[in-house]
Write a protein that binds this ligand. Structure first.
Ligand code: UDP
Length: 247
């Protein structure tokens, strides 16, 4: 990155830089991958670029459907321009199918299709290991107002509705995903962070039987190999779909 831009924040998978316009930021997607609260680390060449391109397409789709997001545009293959937001320290997870931590912490069997989407909210705090919260705990910690929490939940359900059907078109099942929201300079709530195979579980629907083929970060978490191949496949299907539908 050009050193006229100041590094404002560095996370596990992204770097955030200042922009000439104080209300905007430049987000650089890194090739680093972490799992289990960064206990497991690796680097995958090309992951940053793939996640940036995938996120761009998804944000464009959401903007088209009037979802307020921080996304402004792609700067180059691994950087995007976004509205500067103050991230709300909550991780909003929506689940369509039971998998991952839900099955470790409850008696719900892995792979159970949920009758309605389940929203689990976690505290974004690595030191506390991102604990699961309750509405009352959120209120107690005064993280956001009850009204804003309802707004975020409503947006998350809308985003699921849009993304589930979009991914189905490209033969992917959206198992679950994690979102982050923030406030812009005018105090509007915007969807932030990224939407990519790093924070969505996507299962391939092009399978003859019920075998689960993960095309997401579970390939890294569970040492399945083929991380870049899986992310490239998601990117390819998204681009083919967009190209085909433009004709
Ligand atoms: N997730 C994420 N960041 C986190 C934890 C979870 O992006 O710090 C995503 C994860 O990729 C999955 C969804 O949120 O799509 C639900 O994850 P889960 O709670 O099952 O946790 P995990 O099994 O990944 O520990």
């Amino acid at each position: 990155m050009n050193n006229k831009y100041e590094l404002i924040y560095e996370g596990k998978a992204k770097k955030v830089f200042s922009h000439d316009d104080a209300d905007k930021v430049i987000i650089e997607f890194k090739d680093d991958a972490t799992a289990f609260n960064a206990l497991k680390k690796a680097k995958f060449e090309g992951k940053g670029k793939l996640n940036c391109l995938i996120s761009t397409r998804i944000f464009e789709l959401l903007v088209e459907k009037n979802i307020p997001t921080h996304f402004i545009g792609l700067k180059n293959e691994n950087t995007m321009i976004a509205h500067k937001i103050k991230i709300i320290p909550l991780e909003i997870v929506l689940r369509n199918t039971a998998y991952g931590s839900l099955c470790k912490q409850t008696t719900i069997k892995s792979g159970t299709v949920l009758a309605k989407p389940l929203i689990d909210i976690y505290l974004k705090d690595d030191e506390l290991n991102d604990p699961l919260l309750t509405k009352d705990r959120i209120e107690l910690m005064k993280i956001i107002s009850a009204n804003d929490l309802d707004l975020i939940i409503d947006l998350t359900l809308k985003i699921n509705f849009i993304l589930k059907s979009f991914f189905k078109n490209i033969h992917l099942h959206l198992v679950d995903f994690k979102l982050e929201f923030g406030y812009d300079a005018e105090n509007n709530i915007l969807l932030g962070d990224e939407i990519s195979p790093d924070n969505c579980r996507l299962w391939d629907l092009n399978q003859k039987n019920d075998t689960i083929v993960s095309l997401d970060k579970d390939r890294f978490r569970n040492d399945l190999g083929g991380v870049i191949e899986a992310y490239s496949e998601i990117n390819r299907r998204i681009n083919d779909f967009i190209l085909f539908n433009k004709k």
